[in-house]
Design a protein around this ligand. Sequence first.
Ligand code: SF4
Length: 399
Amino acid sequence: MSRKSGLVPRAQYDPEEKTLLPEPEHGVKERPLPDLSGMTLAALSDWVTSIGLPPFRAGQLFRWIHGRLVKGFDEMTDISKSLRGRLSEEARITRLQSLETHRSEDGTLRAVLALPDGLPVETVLIPEPRRLTACLSTQVGCRMGCAFCQTGRLGLLRDLSTSEIVAQLDWLRGLPDCAGNRVSNVVLMGMGEPLDNRGQVFPALEIITGDLGASIASRRVTVSTIGLTDGIAEMEGLPGQYGLALSLHGALPETRARLVPGAPEQDLDVLAASLASYARVKRRRVTIEYCLIEGVNDDREHADALAAFTGRIPCKINVIPLNPVGTGGLRPPAKEGIERFLEWLYPVCQAVILRKPRGRDIQGACGQLGTSLLLASRGYAPERASGSQAQHGADPQAR
Ligand code: SF4
């Protein structure tokens, strides 16, 4: 599917069948109003002055939307009734509705949320002893077509807007889970390739880290990518010290090309240089995600190649045994195979961590629930089972 196919389904969710109804003949018209929830503070300042309001209104609105998480202008009680009425006529705020939620025995919460046009998107909240991590999606579907990824089977349906990315976080922050525990970390590892939609993702990063909103430190926000080097270079220019995770999965060119065929940069030397530059500029290690697959990338040759690749980059390596759900027959090595691979790496790599997926009992990792829904609506038979297969091959708890 071409990236900008123009296919923006106006699907509807059937709560009884737990599936999406076919696209109606007449799509729902979006209100052509400025969406304040997708504006950075600077953009909001421009907007309020453009309609004749004093600049201080920008901070006031930003705090109400992303700090106090109001659902509409009516709740902004320190703004006069007449101005609230005017704002509701001239602007809008995006809030998402929950379609499905699943709670794991380990506390992980997965939610499928309805976008304004009815498409589903998945978001995840992962509690840990010292942090609370939100995993957000950035696209509906994905055009990168990674060999082990259900979302890749969909192709790209559409990019999420800045407001739809931030609204996932705001929805999670409104849960009772977050009443006494602030979301401390954010990972962009749900459905989609974040750097393929960086025009919307980068402003979302600015909003997420904004003082008047979620106020999450940029070092606690991680962008996961299959290695779009032009996007990585642009990230270098952002003011924040955002974390960067590369979904590598193969350090031999032919293996990488097989597993991650959509990566525009297949030259591993160029990719390593891009990551090393990011690590140097941001003065922090990048994360290398390596999904371990039996008979594909788990032998000594691949371990040596991984060590050689990562030896050039300040990094840590997350090894994640593949979850076999929706992978077309690919599967993880047995326990002995995983241990053997790690033993090859430990003496020669900087930092190697075996990641255990969260939420194993609630089917899949980021994106898989939402993807299952979309695949079913298109006549596929997505595999649904316990276990975890993170998009980009990573477990969101990894950060
Ligand atoms: S792993 Fe990530 S980049 Fe690859 S197809 Fe899935 S969502 Fe897209």
